[in-house]
Design a protein around this ligand. Structure first.
Ligand code: WT7
Length: 678
């Protein structure tokens, strides 16, 4: 193989030899109560009826002014949905339910300490708390529609309250995952131009009350260095009136929300009537280059898509108790803990802590106690619970009618355990494939209409029309047994609108690769490039193989290798770094780090620790590497490009292939021995 060929072989082009799995069927009991049992849905949402067919999504929402144009493509590929409509997301998730459901539980918060009672917020209580906080944001923090606010909070009810208060005012929220570092928060605050950041003082994780407020000081400092000054830090307290953090308050900048809120007791704020295509939130996600991208989601299109998919794929009815174990700091939590379930007047459960705390029976005790009947989690959590508590679920008297898996491919073996043991053979499972950018599900079975196939996400969601292209843009047919790049032919309402402040990057990352004509205003010329490799089976089911770009999906969370590498380079001794995904029994994939040192330095445990520390500090514990290998040199092409593929093969003990065309082939064997030890 030539050097060029080595560089260009992508996982997407490798033929696949998966064995076909057998089907599992939904029970008649599930089908009898399901929200969608009409197979005509696929015709209604066929490309022939595009884009008007999405009216049925928009009609799940309440509009102040009904929209007059379904899809505006004049600024392709920045699509605008439901143009002319006026809407408010907070109104749709709260106010409109009050007449019928004001005394029904909207949110149930389960604290991590088991001796702390769970907290129930009815729709009326949620209404009161969101209004009061919205009044504070407007009158105390001076925020108005279009302003951005960065929220760095853990899984506490004050997080959805904060988001919905922002939405009420049209303030664009940007939630940063609570487990991320203060630095990550500061960078995102700077990129979005937030003058206000919102924190929680502390939260429980694995039995410990962690000081989270200390991150606020770092965030403000980092934002300042990047040219953005933070005027106000609003801090919710885990125990109002009591300090759980030793970090001192900064006079004039930091305020305890519970103290300021006293002035806003009983205040009501009319929801601001906003254009359907105004932004609702930003969600930062890692890309192939260092800087995270702020995916901008709209109000009308996003909410319509989250509501429709929640209703028909999650099968949520107002009387269901729905528990998604994800974190609200990720898109899953935005769409399928907050916006989707609340727009349908469901009861949504949120859990503060670690699923296996204090023991692996915890999730099932929660399910039993709250009588949860819809359960949603990721393969990582399923693998973990299967490893540490394989016999726990039958000990508890709960019954799920429906379960979801999301975020990464699930091994058929793990799927079968989820179905048989967690789902007690009763629950229907949907394996939902989507991305931060897509707002909601792209592929999934319709739970009452399709059989399930372990390891496959299923066909496309009604209204989504995927196509698999090879590197040259030829379509790979279903059943061809070859993987390719999965793209979506058509725009859909849940798709993000742009990357905050970087339209060029939006176009080049997601629309350039297979664009047929860059000047075209016709959506048919702009397939959406997901960046994932997939195979399309003969029965129409998609099996997602993973990212084709340099993004590592750890435990369902995406990490840019470039981001990790640039972080390693902040360690003084490190000259070069390369990060590759290595298979991990629990998390699916985790980073393995290879570094080479600057001249004059010798390999030491201390340097390895420094690399780990730098990753934890800059990105967060989630990115902690499996190994750090200090190597004499990186395998490189003659043009100096580090051959990640070779390192990945060594880490995963697969064939490194032909390396003779490299500039330094001898180093490959040296590294292999060091890593594999033989
Ligand atoms: C990437 C998106 C979608 C919310 C959670 C992650 C992978 C997602 C599946 C699935 C196989 C999946 C893809 C995708 N992925 N769902 N059901 N089967 N792979 O959101 O952080 O934006 O990551 O997760 O690689 O591109 P995200």
């Amino acid at each position: 193989m030539s050097e060029k060929e080595i560089l260009e072989v992508s996982e997407a082009e490798i033929a696949v030899h998966w064995q076909e799995e057998e089907y599992f069927h939904p029970s008649t009991r599930f089908i009898a109560q399901a929200n969608m049992t009409d197979a005509g849905i696929f015709d209604r949402l066929s490309l022939d009826n595009f884009p008007e067919c999405f009216k049925e999504f928009a009609d799940l929402l309440s509009w102040y002014k009904y929209w007059d144009k379904t899809l505006d493509t004049s600024d392709a590929p920045c699509w605008k949905w439901f143009v002319g409509g006026k809407i408010n997301a907070s109104f749709n998730c709260i106010d409109r339910h009050l007449a019928k459901y004001k005394n029904k539980a909207a949110l149930i918060f389960v604290p991590e300490p088991e001796d702390e009672q769970h907290v129930v917020l009815t729709y009326q209580e949620l209404y009161v708390r969101v209004n009061e906080f919205a009044a504070l944001l407007r009158d105390f923090a001076g925020l108005k529609a279009g302003d951005r606010v960065t929220i760095h909070m853990p899984m506490v009810p004050e997080l959805p309250i904060t988001m919905l208060a922002c939405a009420r005012l049209g303030v664009i929220h940007s939630v940063v995952f609570g487990g991320f570092s203060g630095k990550a928060c500061g960078e995102r605050a700077a990129d979005s131009g937030s003058r206000v950041i919102i924190y929680m003082d502390a939260y429980y994780r694995n039995g410990k009350l962690l000081d989270h407020k200390q991150n606020a000081d770092i965030a403000c400092k980092v934002a300042k260095e990047e040219g953005q000054s933070i005027d106000k830090v609003l801090i919710w307290r885990r125990y109002p009136g009591n300090d759980s953090s030793d970090t001192p308050m900064v006079e004039g900048r930091d305020f305890f929300v519970d103290e300021v809120l006293k002035d806003y007791s009983g205040k009501r704020v009319a929801p601001v009537q906003l254009p359907a295509e105004a932004p609702l939130f930003l969600m930062y996600t890692s890309g192939t280059t260092g800087k995270p991208k702020g995916c901008q989601h709209s109000i009308g299109g996003y909410l319509a898509y989250a509501a429709w998919t929640s209703k028909y794929i999650q099968d949520i009815h107002p009387e269901d108790v729905y528990w998604c174990m994800a974190d609200i700091g990720w898109i899953t939590g935005h769409s399928y803990i907050v916006y989707g379930p609340l727009s349908l007047a469901a009861t949504t459960v949120m859990y503060e802590g670690v699923p296996t705390f204090p023991d692996p029976g915890r999730p099932w005790r929660i399910a039993e106690k709250l009588d949860v009947n819809i359960f949603h989690t990721a393969p990582t959590a399923i693998r973990m619970l299967r490893k540490v508590g394989p016999d726990e679920p039958p000990k508890y008297d709960y019954h799920f009618k429906h379960m979801t898996t999301v975020g990464e491919p699930i091994e058929p073996e793990v799927w079968r355990w989820y179905h048989k043991v967690v789902g007690k053979g009763e629950a229907v499972i949907v394996d939902t494939y989507w991305q931060t950018e897509t707002g909601g599900f792209l592929c999934s079975t319709m739970p009452a209409l399709h059989p399930m196939k372990p390891g496959s996400a299923g066909p496309a969601v009604p209204g989504i029309h995927p196509v698999i292209y090879d590197e040259d843009g030829n379509e790979i047919e279903a059943g061809a047994g070859k993987a390719g790049n999965i793209c979506i032919r058509n725009p859909w309402p849940g798709a993000f609108q742009t990357i905050w402040g970087d339209r060029d990057r939006y176009v080049s990352t997601y629309y350039e690769k297979y664009c047929k004509n860059k000047d075209s205003k016709n959506w048919r010329d702009w397939p959406y490039f997901t960046g994932d490799a997939a195979v399309h089976a003969e029965d129409g089911y998609y099996r997602i193989l993973g990212r084709i770009d340099d993004v590592i999906n750890v435990a369902g969370h995406r990490l840019g290798t470039k981001e990790l590498e640039s972080c390693c380079l902040t360690v003084e001794e490190v000259a070069e770094a390369s990060v590759v995904p290595v298979a991990d029994e629990i998390k699916g994939r985790v980073p393995d780090i290879y570094v080479s040192l600057k001249p004059g330095y010798k390999q030491s445990k201390e340097i390895e620790d420094k690399v780990v520390m730098s990753i934890e500090k800059t990105i967060g514990k989630i990115a902690r590497p499996k190994h750090v290998y200090i190597v004499p040199d990186m395998p490189k092409t003659r043009s100096g490009k580090i051959m990640r593929r070779v390192l990945a093969a060594i880490s995963n003990r697969t064939d490194v292939g032909d390396v003779t065309t490299l500039a330094n082939p001898e180093v490959v064997e040296e590294i292999r021995q060091m890593v594999q030890g033989d």
